[in-house]
Write a protein that binds this ligand. Structure first.
Ligand code: ADP
Length: 199
């Protein structure tokens, strides 16, 4: 199962990706998580990315493309993967296609979680409250100002990625406003027999 999950920040990609990992036994590749790990470890990439991420902007394409290129070569990706937060620009989508072709892989599905924009800020606030209540650390970019920048980046740079896959008849839209279990069920239905790259 080789899958791309698209959707704005707060759409529920992480929640659904975790369920897909369990069901399909393939890893979730989140460029956000990879970058946060690089920031925590103070690697050269992390040092470069920290300020950009904290502000809510996108890190340069070549940085995330490099991370994904390397990650896809890990043995645990041989059976498949769920890409979460990548590709986030049309250039990344094109690079992904080339990378996969080079590695002899093809996508099975591109799913977009469609959510009303008005709901997203509330979801971010809820995530912050829940994290604090659980005694966890709140993400540096989960504040109203950075969230606004993240939404703007989504609109300007990532929304065209959906159009890119739609134009290639590879996109399936899923109602991300439905309850979590219903979203999961809709994804399961979309994945039955999905082999978009081979149509
Ligand atoms: P979100 O919850 O907003 O979807 P992520 O955890 O996926 O957040 O990403 C957090 C931040 O990491 C982004 O705002 C951006 O700065 C950076 N980032 C993650 N993935 C990418 C990517 N594919 N291209 C550029 N920047 C990225």
């Amino acid at each position: 199962m080789r899958l791309v999950l698209l959707g704005p920040p707060g759409a529920g990609k992480g929640t659904q990706a975790a369920r897909l990992v369990e069901r399909h036994g393939v890893p979730q590749l989140s460029t956000g998580d990879m970058l946060r790990a690089a920031v925590a470890a103070k690697t050269p990439i992390g040092l470069k990315a920290k300020q950009i991420m904290d502000a809510g902007a996108l890190v340069p394409d070549e940085v995330v493309i490099g991370l994904i290129d390397e990650r896809l070569d890990s043995p645990d990706c041989a059976k498949g993967f769920i890409l979460d937060g990548f590709p986030r620009t049309v250039a990344q989508a094109e690079a992904l296609r080339e990378l996969l072709a080079h590695k002899g892989m093809a996508l099975d599905a591109v799913l977009e979680l469609v959510v009303d924009e008005g709901a997203l800020v509330d979801r971010m606030r809820k995530r912050v409250d829940e994290t604090l209540a659980a005694g966890g650390a709140v993400r540096a970019d989960d504040n109203p100002e950075s969230f606004k920048t993240r939404l703007e980046a989504y609109r300007a740079q990532t929304a065209p990625v959906s159009a890119h896959y739609d134009g290639r008849s590879q996109l399936t839209r899923i109602d991300g406003m439905a309850p979590i279990d219903e979203v999961t069920a809709a994804i399961d239905r979309a994945l039955v027999g999905a082999t978009v790259d081979r149509r």
